[in-house]
Design a protein around this ligand. Structure first.
Ligand SMILES: Cc1ncc(COP(=O)(O)O)c(C=O)c1O
Length: 481
């Protein structure tokens, strides 16, 4: 109730405006319902209301409609690599560069030529195609792999996100079964054996972000009914795995696709291929590559990118998209790519990993010193929060962090994304607030638990409560009839 009162006072205007639109925005309704484990969702929506608006950004801060200044840990879903001010400038310059042409689609603005040259260089691949989102770039990669191998199935690994297209999202969230998708266990000899023995595998999709939590789905707070969320990034082990995979794909003529929509440009200038020292046949990029505008890009080997056969004119592999190669997007992309060539960019990438590893270590030391049951794990500037005590309420931390003016995306503490313009002083401020939030949560008693409780016993109990709830709801419905 203390926290609830604080929200009502501190975020009053932002909450009011959110409530006014909430009923008409499907995305907001969904994220609001799934921000926390479902069984707590209704009570949270009543007492810790969503505040979905911000009015401005500057440096590493976001300002809401009440004038609160938040540190931005949302990273705009990963788009914000270099700081919001960078993208504002990029977009403004892009508008200036292609303004004379305007939003003409079909014929290209000449700026596209430099993008293609730079992307070929960065990816080490021969051809490029432009799309409007990461999801579409992945769709096209898989379609081309199927076309050229004349095999039906794609392989993805447990938990990996590749956008919301049906074939890469079997199971929950997709009302139609994905019949031509195999989901295999990552970093496993069994998976390699499957690839060696099956004859219908066209391609293997890798999302290198999974290296932080192999075989687990993106860590949202919605699944946090206990404390069992673990993450640990082992660069050497993942590098070894990718090399094995590369070898098997080469041996079996399976197309290896790196989906770098999230991690491309974040781990290294040359993306995951450079960072893990392994080459793919097709690579998808997106997010930050658009210079702040929506984009998806596919780079690939020449023979795989071809969409027709010289000897069979009717046998084509179709791909279009009204807004692909939009002049404004191409110009913003060009600003982003040209920035990578500057000494300032090279300086940013130097010691990048080390900087973020040290920061994570320092925060963990502070949490440990205060005996707070939380820790962070990171893959460079992508972080996730882990919980050391079995508790039904670990998901509450996202609300304490918000109270300390740390802005998270709707999946909560599962993913914190830093932009690379965070200075040491900015980071110290975030660390102070993070520790203060965890301390407040401890003091408010959310980490109390019966001494015998384990993650398993909590999960079992929550499950029983859910079943009981479902049965009583069914019973009530039957009586009403
Ligand atoms: C690895 C990966 N692939 C594909 C996508 C889909 O990109 P978009 O949201 O632009 O469609 C995402 C988005 O988060 C992603 O992280």
């Amino acid at each position: 109730m203390r926290l609830s009162a604080l929200y009502e006072a501190r975020f009053a205007e932002t909450i009011k405006r959110t409530a006014e639109v909430a009923d008409g925005i499907s995305d907001l309704k969904f994220t609001d319902a799934y921000r926390v484990p479902f069984q707590y969702s209704r009570v949270v929506r009543r007492h810790l209301k969503s505040a979905a608006f911000v009015q401005s950004s500057a440096g590493v801060m976001l300002t809401d409609l009440d004038g609160n200044h938040f540190y931005d840990l949302t990273g705009s879903y990963g788009v914000n690599l270099l700081g919001n001010d960078f993208y504002k400038d990029t977009i403004a310059r892009a508008v200036g560069r292609v303004g004379e042409l305007g939003p003409v689609l079909g014929p290209y603005h000449p700026v596209i030529a430099d993008n293609v040259a730079r992307l070929k260089e960065i990816s080490g691949l021969d051809e490029v195609s432009f799309h409007m989102s990461g999801t579409e770039a992945v769709m096209q990669a898989v379609r081309l792999a199927r076309y050229h191998t004349q095999r039906s199935h794609l392989v993805r690994f447990c938990g990996a996100y590749h956008g919301w297209w049906g074939d890469v999202q079997p199971g929950i969230g997709n009302p139609v079964p994905a019949r031509e998708t195999y989901t295999l266990k990552e970093m496993s000899d069994d998976a390699l054996r499957v690839l060696r023995t099956r004859r219908d595998v066209a391609c293997v999709l890798i999302n290198p972000l999974q290296a932080l939590h192999p075989n687990a789905p993106p860590p949202t707070d919605a699944s946090l009914v206990d404390g069992a969320r673990s993450a640990h990034f082992d660069k050497k082990a993942y590098t070894d795995w990718l090399k094995c995979l590369r070898a098997v794909c080469t041996e079996q003529n399976i197309v290896l696709i790196f989906d770098e929509v999230f991690v491309g440009f974040r781990l290294a200038m040359g993306g995951a291929q450079e960072y893990f020292g392994t080459r793919a046949d097709l690579v998808t990029y997106g997010k930050t590559l658009g210079g702040g505008l929506p984009v998806g890009v596919l780079c690939g080997r020449k023979h795989l990118m071809k969409r027709f056969r010289d000897d069979r004119p009717a046998d084509i592999c179709f791909a279009r998209g009204t807004f692909n190669s939009h002049p404004y997007v191409m110009a913003a992309m060009n600003e982003f790519l040209r920035y990578l060539d500057t000494p300032r960019a090279r300086e940013t990438y130097r010691d990048l990993e080390q900087t973020w590893n040290v920061r994570a270590r320092q925060l963990n030391e502070r949490l440990r010193d205060e005996a707070l049951p939380v820790e962070v794990a990171n893959m460079s500037s992508i972080w996730t929060v882990g919980y050391l005590r079995p508790s039904r309420y670990n998901w509450m931390l996202q609300f304490y962090l918000r109270a300390e003016l740390l802005a998270l995306s709707w999946i909560g503490t599962g993913r914190l994304i830093f932009s690379l313009n965070y200075t040491d002083a900015d980071f110290q401020a975030v660390a102070d607030r993070f520790v203060a939030a965890a301390r407040a949560m401890e003091q408010d008693g959310w980490w109390w638990h019966p001494p015998a409780a384990t993650n398993t016993s909590i999960k079992r109990r929550v499950l029983k409560e859910m079943i009981a709830h479902r049965l009583s709801a069914n019973g009530n419905r039957a009586t009403a009839r």
